[in-house]
Ligand binder design. Structure first.
Ligand code: COA
Length: 217
């Protein structure tokens, strides 16, 4: 509940969607599955980099979502969602966490998965994958709120780092830098967006718990 005295950042120019709440969801019911499918499909069709090349429809995305949900329901991967009040289209609202609204008063605006890296000697960190905010809610700081909340949940669970890969040349490094991530490695030309359009794969780290150094090497 920090308030209006917070320092101005460039993103403060954007509209807000009211209070936001970030939480881990361990069991996804049919209603939430539909919402996640809508988000993933609409984000993909808006050009978001979340595993698909547009155009896609819900039937294209459903198998990937259901595979992700199997790992989430196994407890292997963690689903983190950001919710905003249903009446949140009010641009004068303010994004903040946490907030006490009941879940059925909220709408899921976006999600991220904290994925187990499946390595026995690497249990102190996770991959951050599928970062996405529904296009109707983008540019309102919800992506930042989601990443901050996910980092808090990870730190509370005892994790020491989060890693993430981004496609170079998209300008997203700035967004992630604001959330505490910095580059530790780059694989030149690893991603072929199209013939003649190879991009670097950039690996970012967010050290949790106040480490100033990523300790990668
Ligand atoms: C990336 C994403 C999660 C950011 O969420 P958001 O709620 O819009 O982000 P915020 O409002 O907290 O921050 C917005 C900032 O990120 C920047 N940004 C967002 N998407 C960007 C993109 N594709 N390329 C470059 N910058 C981007 C905005 O320009 C803005 O910067 P500014 O505040 O300096 O003007 C959201 O845009 C999204 O879902 N994108 C599609 C999916 C995707 O590409 N995910 C990333 C996978 S690595």
């Amino acid at each position: 509940m920090t308030s209006a005295a917070a320092p101005m950042e460039p993103a403060d120019r954007h509209p807000r969607f009211g209070h936001a709440r970030v939480e881990r969801v361990q069991r996804v019911d049919a209603r939430l599955r539909q919402r996640l499918l809508t988000i993933w499909t609409d984000v993909s069709n808006a050009g978001g980099w979340v595993g698909f090349v547009p155009p896609v429809d819900r039937r294209d995305v459903a198998p990937a979502l259901d595979a992700a949900l199997r790992r989430i329901h196994d407890g292997r991967d963690w689903l983190i969602v950001v919710r905003v009040p249903r009446a949140a289209a009010d641009p004068s609202g303010r994004v903040d966490v946490p907030n006490p609204l009941a879940p059925d008063e909220d709408v899921v605006a976006g999600f991220v998965i904290l994925a187990d890296n499946d390595r026995l000697l690497s249990e102190h960190w996770r991959w951050v994958i599928r970062v996405q905010i529904h296009p109707e809610f983008q540019n309102a700081r919800l992506g930042g709120v989601l990443l901050d909340g996910a980092a808090r949940i990870a730190a509370d669970a005892g994790l020491e780092k989060l890693h993430l890969t981004v496609r170079g040349g998209e300008g997203l490094e700035h967004f992630y830098a604001r959330a505490g991530y910095h580059e530790v490695a780059r694989i030149p030309g690893a991603i072929r967006v199209a013939h003649g359009d190879d991009r670097d794969q950039v690996i970012l780290v967010h050290p949790l718990g106040g480490d100033s150094d990523a300790g990668a090497g």
